[in-house]
Design a binder for this molecule. Structure first.
Ligand code: CP
Ligand code: NVA
Length: 302
C-alpha cells in the first residue's frame, strides 16, 4: 500500500491491518507507551475546505508519532492561485515525507499521488472520505467485537461518506443497505462495485427498509461542503431521510448510530437520537486520531 486515495484501492487484509495497528496505537497512547515511529518525518496537510477533526487529528497524530505536521491552507499556497497540482506534487516531494490533502476533485488527489514521489492520504474529496471510514470501522468493531456479518444502514445523501462506507463495509464482510432519494444515489463506480456483492447490498428509497434489523445506522449532512447554494433544494429532497426514534425502532434494539460530524440536528438526525448515541459518535471522532496514525505509520515508516 503506497497511498490512501479511496477505499476501492484497499484489500480486506490492508483494511484489517490498519484497524489492528490503530487499536494497538490507541492502547499504547492510553497506557503512556511512547511510539515515535515517525521520528523526524514531516507531513504536509493541504486544506482546500474547512476542517475541525481532520486537521486536529492529523496534526496531533503526527506529533505523537515523533514527526511534524505542516498546515497548508490553499489560501496561502500557490495552488490557490493556479499553480498546477503536478508542479506542487514535484516540489512538495522534495521537502516532505507525506502529504494529506482535502480538496474537491478526486482527480487532484490521484494526480498528486501519480506525479509526486511520496505517500498521499485523501483527507476528503467530493468522491470519498477513506480516513473517516477507517475510523468508523474501528469504532463499530470496538463496540460490536467484530464486523463480519453485521448490517450497516446508511440514510440520506449518496455522497462522499456513502461512497466510502459502501465500499469499506462490503470489503470487511458487512451487509450494506442504503436509503436515498433516486436523484442522490452513490457514485456509479461505487454502485457497480456493490452490485458484485449480490443480496449483501441493497439500494432503496425507503428508510425503514434500509434500517430494518440494522446493527449500525450511519447518516451525514444533506448539503456537503461546496453544496451550500443547494441547501434549500436539498432540504426538500431529503425531508423524511432522517435518523429519528421511529426509524431506530426498525433496527436491532442495540443498534449503534454513527455520524462523521459536523451534524445538523433536526435535519439528518434528531437531537434526541444524537444525544442518546453521543458516546458512540464521539468515540468515532476520537478514532480518527488512532486510525490515521495507523495509516501514517503504514505509509511513511522506513
Ligand atoms: N468528519 C470530518 O472529516 O470532520 P472535519 O470536516 O471537521 O475534518
Ligand atoms: N459529506 C460531508 C462530510 C464532512 C466531513 C462533506 O463533504 O461536507
Amino acid at each position: 500500500m503506497k497511498h490512501l486515495l479511496k477505499m476501492l484501492d484497499l484489500s480486506k487484509d490492508e483494511i484489517i491491518d490498519i484497524l489492528n495497528l490503530a487499536d494497538q496505537l490507541k492502547y499504547e497512547l492510553a497506557h503512556g507507551i511512547e511510539h515515535k515511529l515517525l521520528a523526524g518525518k514531516t507531513l504536509g496537510m493541504i486544506f482546500q475546505k474547512a476542517s475541525t477533526r481532520t486537521r486536529v487529528s492529523f496534526e496531533t497524530g503526527i506529533y505523537q508519532l515523533g514527526g511534524y505536521g505542516l498546515f497548508l491552507s490553499s489560501n496561502d499556497l500557490q495552488i490557490g492561485r493556479g499553480e498546477p497540482v503536478e508542479d506542487t506534487a514535484r516540489v512538495l516531494s522534495r521537502y516532505l515525507d507525506g502529504i494529506m490533502i482535502r480538496t474537491f476533485a478526486q482527480e487532484e488527489v490521484e494526480t498528486l499521488a501519480r506525479v509526486g514521489s511520496i505517500p498521499v492520504i485523501n483527507g476528503l474529496t467530493d468522491f470519498c472520505h477513506p480516513c473517516q471510514v477507517l475510523a468508523d470501522l474501528m469504532t463499530v468493531r470496538e463496540h460490536k467485537g467484530s464486523l463480519e456479518g453485521l448490517k450497516m444502514a446508511y440514510i440520506g445523501d449518496g455522497n462522499n461518506m456513502a461512497n466510502s462506507l459502501v465500499v469499506g463495509c462490503l470489503k470487511v464482510g458487512m451487509d450494506v443497505s442504503i436509503a436515498c432519494p433516486a436523484a442522490y444515489r452513490p457514485d456509479p463506480q461505487v454502485l457497480e462495485f456493490a452490485q458484485g456483492f449480490g443480496d449483501r447490498f441493497t439500494l432503496t428509497e425507503d428508510c425503514r427498509t434500509a434500517a430494518k434489523d440494522a446493527d449500525v445506522i450511519f447518516t451525514d449532512v444533506w448539503a456537503s461542503m461546496g453544496q451550500e447554494g443547494e441547501a434549500e433544494k436539498r432540504r426538500q429532497a431529503f425531508a423524511g431521510y432522517q435518523v429519528n426514534a421511529e426509524l431506530l425502532a426498525a433496527a436491532k434494539p442495540d443498534c449503534m448510530v454513527q455520524h462523521c460530524l459536523p451534524a445538523h440536528r433536526g435535519e439528518e438526525i434528531t437531537a434526541e437520537v444524537f444525544e442518546a448515541h453521543a458516546n458512540e459518535i464521539f468515540d468515532e471522532a476520537e478514532n480518527r486520531l488512532h486510525a490515521q496514525k495507523a495509516v501514517m505509520v503504514t505509509l511513511m515508516k522506513d
